[in-house]
Ligand binder design. Structure first.
Ligand code: 8YV
Length: 325
């Protein structure tokens, strides 16, 4: 008998068809968002789960499903999964790193540029029929080229953003990360490790690319925003909850920073109502990895992981590889 798996969200039909060659698949082509109760009901009897970052797997869910052996996220982030609880129960967790790095870095850079150069705000002005003359100070904003790019979280995606800034736009790169990059990775982009306060004070454009955890919850709140230049921009392509959205909306309204670009939100898909009413913020619906090719690669990698995990293979991108040993 084929092992049973749950594909919790709609995904490419080709990926589901491939999974059906190996598994009894329960999928969700209507793409309904399951409550925790419904997710638990649908996990009954399943050996594996193909998830996105919107399904939460915690200790209680694992205890309710002792037959579950693999939790495979179609996302590089895995803060929806209690990895320690999975490891303690011998449940493999996998994610989809690398395949989305360049696409996500492209988007981070695009969002930072749109934010600095006020592209969304000015487009709204034009579409709403308000453009009746050119003006010397119309939608002026800070330059991107030659400015100081600050990266908080210098993993693969952070480095991708830094490369774009340094090599394409002549930006000076400073970064803060728990661990410093080896000198041979810093040198080609002239990146300089600084403490967090220096990063906040010196960055003209601050881009957040760090994983979400209890430690990074509200890493950017009122106190951090107060350290930033009034001309600076803030771009978040990491996770909602890293920024205190209420504090950010207030800082934007009071022009304590120039502008923000946000692809992720606390409690998304809900967005803090104050962010919807301030003009100097570009808002996108968590699409940083959304190129056609990358979303396919993410789906296929998540499927590779699930198939390997449940058929005695070697999952390509485990998060808790110790479970395999
Ligand atoms: C996903 C992401 O689109 O990979 C991640 O961590 O945030 C995005 O690429 C989203 O999480 C859906 O799983």
């Amino acid at each position: 008998m084929k092992p049973a798996v749950l594909v919790a969200r709609a995904v490419f039909p080709e990926t589901v068809a491939r999974l059906r060659t190996v598994f009894e698949v329960e999928d969700n082509p209507e793409d309904r968002i399951y409550s925790a109760e419904e997710l638990s009901r649908r996990l009954q009897g399943k050996a594996g789960a193909f998830l996105t970052a919107s399904e939460r797997i915690d200790a209680a869910m694992l205890d309710a499903h002792p037959q579950l052996r693999a939790v495979c996220n179609m996302a590089v982030g895995y803060n929806n999964v209690d990895v320690a609880a999975c490891t303690a129960r011998g449940v493999l967790v996998t994610n989809t790193p690398d395949v989305l790095t360049e696409t996500t870095a492209d988007f981070g850079f695009a969002l930072m540029m749109a934010t600095a150069r006020r592209i969304a705000e000015s487009e709204h002005f034009l579409r709403s029929g308000q453009w009746n003359k050119w003006a010397y100070d119309m939608f002026t904003g800070p330059d991107v080229h030659g400015a100081t790019l600050g990266i908080l979280g210098m993993g693969r995606i952070g480095q991708g953003v830094a490369h774009r800034g340094a090599l394409g736009f002549g930006m000076k790169v400073i970064y803060h990360n728990r661990s410093r990059l080896p000198a041979e990775q810093e040198a080609p982009i002239g990146a300089r490790w600084v403490d967090k306060a220096t990063l906040l004070r010196e960055a003209d454009h601050l881009v957040l690319v760090l994983p979400y955890s209890a430690a990074s919850h509200h890493a950017i709140g009122a106190a951090e925003l107060a350290l930033m230049k009034p001309t600076a921009t803030l771009t978040n392509i990491a996770r909602g909850g890293i920024v205190d959205d209420a504090a950010l909306a207030q800082a934007l309204r009071e022009r304590r920073i120039a502008a923000a670009g946000l692809d992720v939100f606390e409690g998304e898909p809900k967005v803090h109502p104050d962010l919807l009413t301030v003009p100097n913020v570009v808002l996108t619906p968590h699409i940083a990895s959304a190129s056609v090719a990358t979303r396919r690669a993410m789906a296929e990698l998540a499927a590779d992981n699930l198939i390997a995990a449940l058929t005695g293979g070697v999952p390509p991108t485990p998060v808790n590889a110790e479970v395999l040993r």
